[in-house]
Design a binder for this molecule. Structure first.
Ligand SMILES: [Zn+2]
Ligand SMILES: [Zn+2]
Length: 312
């Protein structure tokens, strides 16, 4: 049971703690083991109270609120679990993180997930890429709360329980969220926390031609660590197998703009859900290469038109 601290002013708690530890000198010298242990209990409680008093009660009274307040104060910084233990003042802080993520829609990623995204080059944030993140570390990737997250976690939970491979589960989850960004944490969860999940997402894009984009592979407007299936369609077979670095280079060269009609993501609307694809000027099947020079950015409408002309 969480104990309600009687005192909430950090300075008062600090003084109480020092007094207690000063008395502990006597216990150390002459007390028996049981007495030593018993007299240390209040010191443990006080230390915990001191940690949880650092964020004022008026600002965040519950442990979960203090954890959130701490993350929001330091977004995009790697936070160690021990820090959350201190500010929350509770043992079971990992459960609060799961609640913040799944019920309240805060994009708190674990170090493992971020590390797996970095390995697939989906995250390219200075400082993050250099850091080697550990499982007991966390990071708030998006300052905005996502109110649709709870709904997505329910879908993720249903798909997770089904039989089927990692590719299939990821694809089913993304196809139930076309046009809406999902987080890496959700994708990982869908696959029953298989560490290969990030590689499989990349394969769905680079080998099977699904328009699953991140900040680093075509949608710089997305939050860090988010994935978006832009449309429920695979790119034409001859335009698949484009490596991500080449894809990125072509999009940057073409300024994320269709080179025929000048369409960009800013013009996106639900009644005209276009997205951008890459097209081989000299067809891949006929020996056209996956190079920046041989690839061009087209919106799906212009891309389809180009292919229709090819056939006639
Ligand atoms: Zn176009
Ligand atoms: Zn094409």
């Amino acid at each position: 049971m969480p104990r309600r601290p009687s005192e909430t002013k950090p300075e008062t708690i600090r003084v109480q703690l020092i007094e207690l530890l000063a008395h502990f000198e006597d216990q150390l010298r002459k007390g028996d083991l049981r007495r030593k242990v018993l007299s240390l209990i209040s010191a443990f409680h006080l230390l915990r109270d001191l940690g949880s008093s650092l964020i004022p009660r008026e600002e965040a009274s519950a442990a979960r609120d203090r954890i959130l307040a701490y993350f929001r104060k330091y977004p995009l910084l790697v936070i160690h679990g021990d820090e959350l233990m201190v500010v929350s003042g509770i043992q079971d802080w990992p459960r609060r993180i799961r609640e913040l993520r799944r019920e309240y829609g805060w994009a708190i990623a674990s170090g493992v997930t971020v590390q797996e995204m970095i390995a697939e080059d989906e995250i390219n944030v200075k400082g993050l890429v250099e850091a080697s993140l550990k499982p007991e570390e966390y990071i708030l990737l998006d300052k905005e709360q996502d109110r649709e997250a709870a709904h997505r976690w329910k879908i993720a939970n249903d798909i997770r329980k089904k039989s089927g491979g990692v590719h299939a589960k990821i694809l089913e989850f993304l196809r139930s969220n076309v046009g809406r960004p999902v987080t890496g944490e959700e994708l990982r969860y869908v696959t029953n926390d298989k560490s290969e999940w990030a590689r499989r997402v990349r394969e769905l894009r680079t080998e099977q031609g699904w328009p699953i984009l991140t900040r680093n592979t075509g949608r710089p407007d997305l939050p860090i660590g988010s994935y978006l299936l832009e449309k429920d369609r695979q790119s034409p077979a001859h335009d698949r197998k484009i490596p991500d670095p080449v894809r990125r280079a072509v999009l940057v060269k073409d300024k994320y703009t269709c080179q025929k009609c000048r369409w960009t993501h800013e013009q996106w609307n639900p009644s005209d859900p276009r997205h951008l694809e890459l097209h081989h000027k000299e067809h891949h099947a006929k020996g056209g290469e996956n190079t920046k020079e041989n690839l061009i950015t087209l919106c799906v409408v212009c891309h389809d038109a180009v292919h229709r002309k090819d056939k006639s």
